[in-house]
Design a protein around this ligand. Structure first.
Ligand code: FAD
Length: 461
């Protein structure tokens, strides 16, 4: 016992349960694309996920729709992200396909279909998957600044998975934090975007709801219903509109509505309180829908998120920090590995504050440099997705699922290139990485596309 607050455990000998070249931790959109790209390009790859399925926020927390893949003129997110979107659509009901087959922006998520698609897609890529396994510790070689392996905890006990490279796709930069990488969390005063408990309701009627919207001009109608319920004391103050209703079928809708404030998604106690408060709020919201919104009179909740949806936790400090001016000036970088055109979408940290929203003009985007995936001080780790290196404003845009697919694909591709030669992350040939990404469907802007077409993509440096 040490000062009554900690206990020193005896040293423990653990079995090595697996050895791989590329270890991806976290099976959200980032980890899925990373594992697929790494494995498709020849690296022996394992994806470890704490849940029993893939998808991250889109399936764990029932976030109801994919943010836009386009800049309103053309798809910006392509490659693996677009491939998975198409696969989900073609496996949904005929009714769903009639509604959304041509759509690339705000496509509703059928979570159960998506879980199956992700299982198949990752396994078909050749990557191995280990579910129900939490990564809580890593083994670091201080001399080489490399991660040598991680400790997983699951029903088989504790064991070590050794690896040559790690991709941290936990969304919270869990591994980077364990490795001592500097990070920032939230705003200057530690404020964080709120969480939301998303859910799916059955026994609703899309056609009746549409009829109601038509009566007085689209969203304002539901906006008025929310305000009336707030005035009647039947909904809490704060968010004045239902931000996301994603219709999966005429009788089935997923909902992103309302906020739970003051939740740090890296703290188990906060996640616990948010889960309890979130489900309570959902109950109130369902009563609101039933009593105030035509088409929802008999609404029935079939599922709430297994975990409260988390928009923001850690952002690593990488070799480059993508900042607001880069976004506003739509900068392009020599080492771009993706483009982003999604708007800045920062939800307020308090119920009396305002959302921060800023759109780029149609057809415009900015670059995401490779250096944003490289955590300071580590030579064999990439951090991609929600926790990539950016300031808070840019994170409010970069964090969405299509972007996470793009960053994940780039990290996975870089890992495969590194594994082939034994290079560390900063020795990866950027031109080779960019060419390979474009050859495999990613879009890095007109400049790179033109260059790759010119040399037929054969010049791999
Ligand atoms: C309420 C809400 C609404 C949103 N709306 C939209 C929207 O409409 N459209 C959109 O595109 N995006 C939306 N987003 C953003 C988007 O869903 C997330 O930012 C995105 O999913 C992040 O992807 P990721 O792969 O980085 O992390 P996640 O999706 O969070 O995935 C991380 C995965 O890692 C696993 N994991 C974490 N830590 C460990 C560990 N230590 N060991 C093992 N496994 C671990 C988790 O279980 C999870 O599966 C929304 C987010 C929220 C919260």
């Amino acid at each position: 016992m040490n000062n009554n607050r900690t206990i020193i455990l005896p040293a423990e000998e653990l079995p090595i349960s697996m050895e791989v070249d590329v270890l991806v931790v976290g099976g959200g959109p980032t980890g899925i694309a990373a594992a697929m790209a790494s494995s498709r390009n020849g690296a022996n790859t394992l994806l470890v996920e704490q849940r029993g399925f893939l998808g991250g926020m889109g399936t764990v927390s029932l976030v109801p729709a994919f943010c836009p893949y386009t800049d309103h003129e053309k798809p910006v997110i392509r490659g693996i992200g677009l491939e998975l979107l198409d696969r989900m659509k073609s496996n949904c009901s005929i009714e769903y396909q009639q509604l959304y087959n041509k759509q690339l922006d705000w496509v509703p998520i059928d979570a159960e279909v998506l879980k199956r698609i992700y299982d198949d897609a990752v396994l078909e890529s050749g990557a191995k998957v280990l579910y129900h396994s939490f990564v809580g510790q890593l083994i670091m070689n201080e001399e080489s600044s490399e991660i040598e392996g991680i400790v997983v905890l699951n029903k088989s006990g504790r064991s070590i998975i050794r690896c040559k490279y790690v991709i941290d796709a936990t969304g919270d930069a869990d591994l980077a934090a364990m490795a001592g990488v500097p990070f920032q969390k939230g705003g200057e005063n530690g404020e964080l975007q709120p969480g939301t408990m998303c859910y799916t309701m059955a026994n609703v009627s899309y056609s009746r709801f549409q009829q109601y919207l038509r009566q007085s001009g689209d969203t304002p109608q539901i906006h008025q219903a929310v305000q009336k319920a707030q005035a009647d004391g039947n909904l809490p103050d704060g968010r004045e509109s239902v931000s996301g209703l994603a219709w999966i079928a005429d009788y089935l809708v997923s909902v992103n509505f309302g906020h739970i404030f003051g939740v740090d998604g890296t703290q188990a106690e906060d996640l616990t309180r948010a889960a309890i408060e979130g489900r309570k709020l959902v109950e109130r919201q369902v009563q609101f829908f039933r009593n105030y919104v035509p088409g929802f009179e008999y609404a029935h909740v079939v599922a709430t998120g297994e975990q409260i949806g988390i928009r923001e936790t850690r952002r690593i400090v990488g070799d480059y920090v993508l900042v607001q001016e880069d976004f506003m000036e739509m900068r392009t970088f020599e080492d771009d590995i993706a483009r982003n055109s999604y708007f800045i979408d920062i939800h307020m940290a308090r119920s009396d504050a305002k959302m921060h929203i800023h759109h780029l003009p149609p057809g415009k985007s900015h670059g995401v440099p490779y250096r944003c995936l490289l955590p300071i001080g580590i030579n064999n780790m990439w951090v991609a997705g929600r926790a990539a290196s950016s300031d808070r404003v840019v994170q409010g845009s970069l964090r969405v699922m299509p972007n996470c697919f793009a960053m994940g694909q780039a990290a996975g591709m870089a890992a495969a290139i590194a594994a082939e030669t034994g290079a560390h992350t900063r020795q990866v040939d950027i031109r080779q990485l960019q060419r390979s990404l474009v050859m495999q469907g990613a879009w890095l802007g007109e400049t790179y596309e033109g260059e790759v077409k010119k040399d037929g993509g054969l010049n791999r440096n």
